[in-house]
Design a protein around this ligand. Structure first.
Ligand SMILES: Cc1cc2nc3c(=O)[nH]c(=O)nc-3n(C[C@H](O)[C@H](O)[C@H](O)COP(=O)(O)O)c2cc1C
Length: 150
C-alpha cells in the first residue's frame, strides 16, 4: 500500500515534518509528499494510506496552505469510506485553548466524510525542546505496521 503525505503549513515547518516522515516510509511505501494547497480532493484514494500533517494559526485555525483543501472537502463532500489516515498535528502550548486545533480540525473533517483515523494523534508543541522533524521521525516508526493492516 502506498502512502500519500499531505502537509498544511504557514511557515514551512510542516514540510520539514513531511520530509522526515517520507524518509521513514521510503523503504516500503513509496511515499508521495504534497502541500495540501497543491492536492485535489478528487485525488484521495482509499487504496492509499494518508498521513496528514497540519499546523495551527490565527486563533486555533488552519494554516493558509490547508485552506483550499479543507474548503474543497466541505464543498465536494467526497465519500471517504475505506480511507485510513494518521495525523501529526502542530501547535504551541502558549496558545492555550486553541492548542493543536489545526490537526484536530483536519481529522474531524476527514472522519465526518467516512475516513478512519488510526494510530496516535500526535500533537507537537513548538514550545517543547523536541524538534518537530525528530518527533515526526520517531512517530513515523509506528506507521509501517498500521499501513500493513490495510
Ligand atoms: C501568528 C501565529 C498564530 C498561531 N496560533 C496558534 C494556535 O492558535 N494554536 C496553536 O496550537 N499554535 C499556534 N501557533 C503555533 C504554530 O502552529 C507552530 O509554531 C507550528 O509549529 C508552525 O508550523 P508551520 O511552520 O508548519 O506553520 C501559531 C503561530 C503563529 C506564528
Amino acid at each position: 500500500m502506498g502512502a500519500v503525505i499531505l502537509y498544511g503549513t504557514e511557515t514551512g515547518t510542516g514540510e520539514l515534518v513531511a520530509d522526515a516522515i517520507a524518509d521513514v516510509l521510503a523503504a516500503d511505501h513509496d511515499p508521495a509528499v504534497y502541500d495540501m494547497a497543491e492536492y485535489a480532493v478528487e485525488d484521495l484514494d482509499a487504496g492509499d494510506f494518508l498521513v496528514v500533517i497540519c499546523s495551527t494559526y490565527g486563533e486555533g485555525e488552519l494554516p493558509s496552505s490547508a485552506l483550499p483543501f479543507a474548503d474543497e472537502l466541505d464543498e465536494i463532500k467526497p465519500d471517504l469510506t475505506g480511507l485510513r489516515f494518521a495525523v501529526f498535528g502542530m501547535g504551541d502550548t502558549v496558545y492555550g485553548d486553541t492548542y493543536n486545533r489545526g490537526g484536530e480540525i483536519m481529522a474531524a473533517k476527514l472522519s465526518d466524510l467516512g475516513a478512519v483515523q488510526v494510530g496516535e494523534h500526535f500533537r507537537h508543541d513548538a514550545s517543547s525542546a523536541v524538534k518537530p522533524a525528530k518527533a515526526a521521525e520517531e512517530w513515523a516508526e509506528a506507521l509501517p505496521a498500521l499501513i500493513a493492516q490495510g
